[in-house]
Design a protein around this ligand. Structure first.
Ligand code: E4P
Length: 220
């Protein structure tokens, strides 16, 4: 499973990129707003900071407006993927954009039928929102598993991005459920790295090395 960062923050993208684990970035209007910077320049900056696909979301809610925004976004960089909410107008837009060769990410997916429709309309990605489903008492990971099963069974090539990831366990569960990608907030990504036994182990090795008088700890 590939790792995307769910952020519009350049410092987070640069840091996660330096770890060698990053395959792409997803943003949404909330994440862009949190940065307090202009939309198009921010997307352009993110696209330059990461090699893989960068999802940028449209604001329009009718197909013609979505397509217009999508074409403007796609012109910013070759790695832009246009995020379109899965409403009826969104399906129309996804279909039109597929015909024009514009990559799309069908977002705000909360059912397998929505994912199936998005795939049939020509979406490059679907984004089931795991955490938001959990919040309302449904099993978000189970949705990812069901979509993965249906896509596999019917040879649908649309890739599944597990979104709305809230904690490291969601990442493991999404990977096991067959998500192709998990898009992860930086705070969760940092938690995935750390384990108290690893920190303890490192401290103990250094201590033992010093006790044995084996010379200076290089880089320590
Ligand atoms: C995914 O593409 C979305 O940007 C994101 O994961 C939404 O997550 P949230 O429910 O934490 O806002």
């Amino acid at each position: 499973m590939e790792i995307f960062l769910d952020t519009a923050n350049i410092a987070e993208i640069t840091e996660a990129g330096s770890w060698g684990v990053l395959s792409g970035v997803t943003t949404n209007p909330t994440l862009i707003a949190a940065e307090g910077k202009e939309f198009f320049p921010t997307i352009k900056e993110i696209c330059a900071a990461v090699k893989g696909p960068v999802s940028a979301e449209v604001i329009a809610t009718e197909a013609a407006g979505m397509v217009k925004e999508a074409v403007e976004l796609a012109a910013l960089a070759t790695n832009v993927v246009v995020k379109i909410p899965l409403i009826t107008e969104g399906l129309k837009a996804i279909h039109q954009l597929a015909g024009r060769g514009v990559a799309t990410n069908a977002t705000l997916i909360f059912s397998t039928n929505q994912a199936l429709l998005a795939a049939r309309a020509g979406a490059s990605y679907v984004s089931p929102f795991v955490g938001r489903l959990d919040d309302v008492g449904h099993d978000g990971v189970e949705l990812v598993a069901e979509i993965a099963e249906v896509f596999e069974q019917h040879s649908l090539r649309t890739r599944i991005i597990a979104g709305s990831v809230r904690h490291p366990l969601h990442v493991v569960q999404a990977a096991r459920a067959g998500a192709h990608i998990a898009t992860i907030p930086f705070a969760v990504l940092k938690k995935m790295v750390s384990h108290p036994l690893t920190d303890l182990g490192v401290a103990r090795f250094i201590e033992d090395w010093k006790k044995a008088g084996l010379g200076p700890v290089l880089g320590g």
